[in-house]
Each structure stands twice: as C-alpha cells, then as structure tokens.
Design a binder for this molecule. Structure first.
Ligand code: DGY
Length: 322
C-alpha cells in the first residue's frame, strides 16, 4: 500500500516530525526560508493526505478543491483565520489547531510589549547604545506607570484570561469585553465584564485577544479609535486586521494614544511605513508563541492530530465539533 503523505509547509521542530516518522508516513517538508509560493503549494498539496500549514498559507476553496486526498488540515497555530473551515468541513476534511500550549508564552509576550511600550524600553536601549547616556537625569525617558492602572482585555479566552491573571501582580483593575461572562476569571482576578465603548473609554492599557473573523475585522478603526481614552496604550498580539492600521498610525502620530505594542500587522508581513518612524510603538515580528518549548509542543500537537486522522481516528483538537 502506498505510504500516506504529509505535507509540512515550513520546517517545524523535530518533535513533531519524529511522531510522523515513527507512524510511518511519508513526510514532505518545504525547507525554504520564506513561505512557499501559491503555485508550489497548489502543486504539492495535490497529492497530500494531510497538511501542516503555517498561518501564512491561505487554505481556500481553490486549495481544498485541488487536494483530492486531503483528510486533515492541522494548522501550526491556534488561530485559523487562514482556513476556509466551512468549506473544508463540507468536504469532510478535519481542521485542527494548537490550543493551550501557547497560552502562557503569548500572555508573557503581551506583557513584555505592554511594559516595553509603557517604560519606553526599545527607545532607552537605543539611547544607551548610541552613546547618549551621560548620567541620571530627572526628566530622562519618562514613561507611564502600569501598576494600579486599568487593563481592558478584548477577547477573554484562554490567552486574554492569562494576560488578566498576570495583572493581579500589578494591582490593576481589569475590564474585559467578551461575548460571554467568565465567572471563574472574574472570581480569580476581580475582572469585570464591560461594554466595548466603556472599555475603550476607561482603560489605560487595551490588549486584544479575540480571533480574527468577519465580525472582528477592524473592530478598532477610524470610527472608534478616538473613543479610546487619551493617553492609553494599545497592545495587539492576536491578528493584525482586528485593528485598522492606518487609524492606529493616526492616533499614535497625533499623540491621542501614548503608545502601542504590536506583534501582528493588518497586511502581514507588510507593515504600514509610518510605523517605522514612530517612537511610541514597539514592533515585533509575530513571535507570540516563539519559545522553544511552545513551538515544540505545537509541533507535537499538529503531528498527533495528523496521526490520529490518518490512522482512522478523530483528531484531538478539531476546530469544529466532531
Ligand atoms: C497562533 O498560533 O495563532 C499564533 O499567531 C502563531 O503561533
């Protein structure tokens, strides 16, 4: 019998590849240092029984129609806005993601961004490296307090809640906006559910943790960005398109927002050119889950989902009920 083929669109940690090798699948890994081209992806997926794609691969109708043998799309990410899930489901293709294992890493990075923006860490680092530090000064690099302020969390799922839990140590008031009430989160942290506009108006730090869907695209846009409290900070480690980037640029450039911390961009990997010249924004290259431990755990999850499906079982982390 022909070996079942698993296409992996970028090199992922060994831990995942080992699981697939041991299970006896034929693995095809694209080893390039940039995402594969659409044309190559379409060619390669045509003969695949399973695919482990990155969030840079758009898995739409054209791709799914091309993949006659495909049984599972095991996204190497927790977010899966790159996949037409309804269409995959209609073709009896499982779609899986990598939940839980990246919660803590992403929450840590969110806090790193929040503190970096508030304390002007990248600017201060540059200042020192450029030899400008001549001694303590009373007004040098004044930032903003984080402790005791109000944190507004948009999207209180696993990552949003983990970000909120860390805020206890900073003695913050926590607001969250989410479709449902999160009782245990409220109990643990004292967080309060808030209306969207109320959260914008009252938070000193706003952190975005909702998935990107048609409803959340441009959730923050030119229509409401100036409703955010003047002098607040906006942190985004979810998906870039939740924020209209040109509106964010405007609010940062005219000082309405004190600062921002971004790990994701609306037109990733393109970044609005004006962001590069603004000192009050910290820019990271989408590294929320980028720790050695987390990326290995994600690789294991993706591989185990593929293994389950190709062995005739249900996947462990289907994004739709199975
Ligand atoms: C995800 O998992 O969705 C992150 O954005 C990448 O790890």
């Amino acid at each position: 019998m022909a070996q079942l083929k698993v296409l992996i669109t970028r090199k992922i940690p060994e831990a995942g590849r080992e699981i697939l090798k041991e299970a006896g699948f034929l693995i095809e890994i694209y080893n390039g240092d940039r995402p594969l081209s659409r044309k190559t992806f379409l060619q390669k997926i045509a003969s695949a029984d399973a695919v482990i794609p990155m969030l840079s691969e758009q898995i739409d109708r054209e791709v799914i129609d091309q993949a006659a043998n495909l049984k599972v799309i095991a996204n190497y990410a927790v977010g899966y806005n790159n996949i037409d899930v309804d269409y995959a489901r209609s073709k009896h293709i499982y779609v899986t993601n990598t939940p839980d294992v990246l919660t803590e890493a992403t929450a840590d990075l969110t806090w790193a961004l929040m503190l970096s923006a508030a304390k002007r860490i990248p600017e201060s680092d540059q200042y020192v490296r450029q030899g400008k530090f001549k001694g303590w000064e009373p007004l040098l690099m004044l930032g903003d307090d984080v402790s005791g302020k109000t944190l507004g969390i948009i999207g209180a799922g696993r990552i949003g809640q983990a970000v909120g839990q860390r805020a206890i140590g900073f003695n913050m008031n926590i607001l969250y906006h989410s479709p449902s009430k999160k009782k245990s989160f409220e109990k643990k942290t004292g967080a309060q559910k808030s209306g969207f506009e109320e959260l914008l108006k009252t938070s000193d730090f706003i952190s975005i943790h909702c998935p990107l869907t048609e409803k959340t695209r441009h959730l923050i846009s030119s229509k409401n960005i100036f409703k955010i409290k003047r002098g607040a900070f906006l942190i985004n480690t979810s998906r870039g398109a939740v924020v209209e980037e040109s509106a964010l640029v405007m609010a940062l450039a005219n000082g309405h927002l004190a600062g921002a911390g971004l790990d994701v961009y609306e037109f990733e990997p393109e970044i609005h050119p004006k962001l590069f010249s603004l000192q009050n924004v910290v820019l990271l290259p989408h590294i929320g889950s980028a720790t050695k431990e987390t990326r290995s755990a994600m690789a294991r999850i993706a591989a185990n989902n593929v293994k389950a499906v190709l062995s005739g079982n249900k996947p462990l982390h289907s994004v739709y009920p199975v």
